[in-house]
Ligand binder design. Structure first.
Ligand code: M6R
Length: 614
């Protein structure tokens, strides 16, 4: 989604901005732009499309030591050059980039237009730059005129919504102003050079010394460092932190695509998540970052898991594990729905906010709602130091390593693995016997090896690819713990290959979706060996009886494959951990179908990696 990079100091700004934009590309965007201060005033360059197209249009001899840049993922207004950021005020003396949404844009725009302001874009952001300009340039605004921080502060008082902004003033090439409310910003500090970014990843080549801005804060940044302020007043002392876990460059490492690389990284990613946490000798698990003692765990009334997209499906797996193994009522909930239904927050419950990026606005919004109502929420997050991780203050890092492809694969597996570890820990504190704990711990520890074995020889995926490439619709079915796996498979095939899919709990199929089946309709059934497997097979038969072509993903060694048109066996594990195996063929199916259909696999259309708006 939208990304910001800005810099001020001794170094030439343009190479830093272009490099930063490239590092933000993985988030997903549709246009890019930059503004710098030159001897002639502000210079603006914007392009629809990729950063490389922007780079090729920026003259190599552009000299400047201060600038702001942006990758845009359209919210208000079409994908056009005029709507790309930065946006300029009427006199082209102020430039501004913005992540987030200005909710009262309509009223503000009408007021500005009535005062004679001419708008050049359809964006909500443009109101902000005109407001800053009004407070910065107007003689009537004695308190704010000529004062960059005061002018931005006054402008922000008028707006409602979310923002992470960077503002550049043609007559103050020594400073940048930033403000955060709901969209992350981090200031990077180096010797004689400072940076601002929406994502620490963009700062990696330059510095690890950073100041994270919090909601309601502003910053005045110059070559020598940063001063931070409350948006509504005085100075604050912000801690300078060191980025500990720094992600390297986006690099497919010999694979044709990042997605395929990340699928194949799952054995080692799972190993990282499990090792040191699962203790097979005692059948227990340890997650220090959760900061939960046995008494807390014994008292838990329920567990609620919140996430969006793939993270939500991981939450569904987690909820089933927790309820079944640890015998605590557990429920998964779509984070984007949570705070809009005025939820009752039980102070005795534990909430888990699950997110790869740690920046998903809907999940972060749910965290804030829980905290506001006195609830107990911990993060289950991949990106260290991300907004959700910091807002929760405690939790579990899933340790999948950098996931840069828009389609989530290894993060799903590591979310499920981390939730499995949590379940084992909770279950042993409550009802699970040491003997059973040892069995589950050993099963979990064996999973990375089984994933590796499956990926080395994944079976007839290409045959399935042939079925789905031209299909009008693919139906995914699964029961119990496999229902969310079916949903995840459908999501993956839709987002990577743009093939229409629906996923249903297998038993629900006969209550509606069965009407869609006609001879040859592809149906993918997830049926590992567990206590609902036989029931799923009845549903499989119902599909075949209507002429559908059925592929079944099942546990190797079972003769279930004979019941279907195509059999895809996966290595056997305990029934609770089967999603870590059954999801693999579905990831490969999405990847290979996208490949055959010539899709932009790592950057599917319209999607963003980090969804930082509601
Ligand atoms: O970063 P998060 O895990 O919070 O992201 C949540 C969803 O946006 C994400 O899982 C999305 O559904 C993926 N593109 C799925 O592959």
């Amino acid at each position: 989604m939208c990304g910001i990079i800005a810099t001020v100091g001794r170094a030439s700004a343009v190479p830093v901005l272009l490099d930063g934009l490239k590092r933000l590309e993985y988030r997903g965007y549709d246009s890019a732009g930059l503004a710098i201060v030159t001897d002639q005033g502000l210079a603006l360059h914007r392009r629809v499309g990729r950063v490389r197209e922007l780079s090729s249009g920026v003259p190599a001899d552009l000299q400047s030591t201060v600038g702001i840049a942006h990758t845009r993922w359209a919210t208000h207004g079409k994908v056009t050059e005029a709507n790309a950021h930065p946006h300029l005020d009427g006199g082209s003396r102020i430039a501004l980039v913005h992540n987030g949404i200005i909710e009262n844009m309509g009223a503000l725009k009408a007021r500005l237009e009535a005062d004679g302001v001419v708008f050049r874009s359809e964006t909500d952001t443009e109101v902000l730059v005109h407001l800053v300009s009004r407070y910065y340039h107007s003689e009537d605004e004695a308190v704010t005129a000529g004062d960059p921080v005061a002018a931005v502060r006054a402008a922000l008082r008028a707006v409602r919504g979310t923002w992470g902004i960077a503002v550049l003033f043609a007559d103050r090439p020594d400073v940048l102003v930033a403000a955060r409310n709901g969209s992350p910003l981090v200031v990077g500090l180096a010797d004689g050079q400072s940076y601002l970014a929406s994502d620490p990843h963009a700062l990696v080549p330059y510095t690890r010394r950073v100041v994270f801005l919090e909601d309601g804060e502003m910053a005045l940044i110059d070559a020598n460092g940063v001063q931070t302020f409350q948006q509504d007043g005085g100075r604050i002392d912000s801690a300078v932190e060191t980025l500990e876990e720094v992600w390297g460059d986006e690099d497919a490492g010999g694979f044709p695509h990042l997605m395929l690389k990340e699928i194949h990284e799952q054995p080692e990613a799972l190993e990282r998540c499990l090792s040191g946490r699962v203790i097979p000798e005692t059948g227990t698990a340890h997650l220090g970052g959760m900061d939960l003692n046995p008494r807390d765990m014994a008292r838990l009334s329920r567990v609620s898991l919140l996430g969006c997209g793939t993270a939500y499906f991981a939450c569904q797996v987690g909820a089933r594990l927790i309820e079944d193994l640890a015998r605590v009522p557990a429920k998964a909930e779509i984070a984007s729905e949570f705070r809009h239904r005025n939820p009752v927050v039980d102070p005795e419950a534990l909430f888990l906010a699950v997110s790869q990026s740690g920046e998903t606005a809907d999940t972060l919004g749910a965290v804030r709602e829980i905290q506001l109502k006195g609830g107990n929420v911990v993060g289950v997050v991949n990106v260290v130091g991300s907004s959700i991780a910091r807002a929760c203050g405690r939790g579990v890092y899933i340790h999948s390593g950098p996931e840069m492809a828009v389609a989530s694969t290894k993060a799903f597996s590591n979310m499920v693995a981390a939730l499995s570890v949590f379940t084992l820990m909770l279950a042993r504190q409550r009802t699970l016997s040491a003997h059973q704990g040892v069995v589950y711990a050993e099963q979990l520890r064996a999973v990375p090896g089984l994933v590796k074995r499956y990926l080395a020889d994944p079976g007839p995926i290409d045959e399935l690819v042939k079925w789905v490439t031209d299909s009008r619709m693919v139906l995914f079915l699964g029961r119990g713990i496999s229902a969310p796996v079916a949903s995840e498979g459908a999501l993956k095939l839709m987002e990577v290959a743009y093939v229409p899919c629906i996923a249903y709990p297998a038993g629900e199929m006969k209550h509606g979706p069965i009407a869609l089946l006609e001879p040859g309709s592809p149906v993918i059934v997830v049926a590992p060996r567990d206590d609902v497997c036989d029931k799923t097979l009845s549903n499989l038969q119902e599909c075949r009886a209507r002429g559908a072509r059925v592929a079944v993903i099942h546990t190797e060694g079972d003769d279930i494959g004979e019941l279907a048109d195509l059999s895809i066996p996966v290595p056997a594990t305990g029934p609770f951990f089967s999603p870590l195996l059954t999801v693999l063929p579905l990831q490969l199916l999405a990847y290979r179908t996208g490949l055959v259909l010539g899709r932009d696999i790592d950057r599917p259309r319209n999607l963003a990696k980090s969804v930082t708006v509601e």
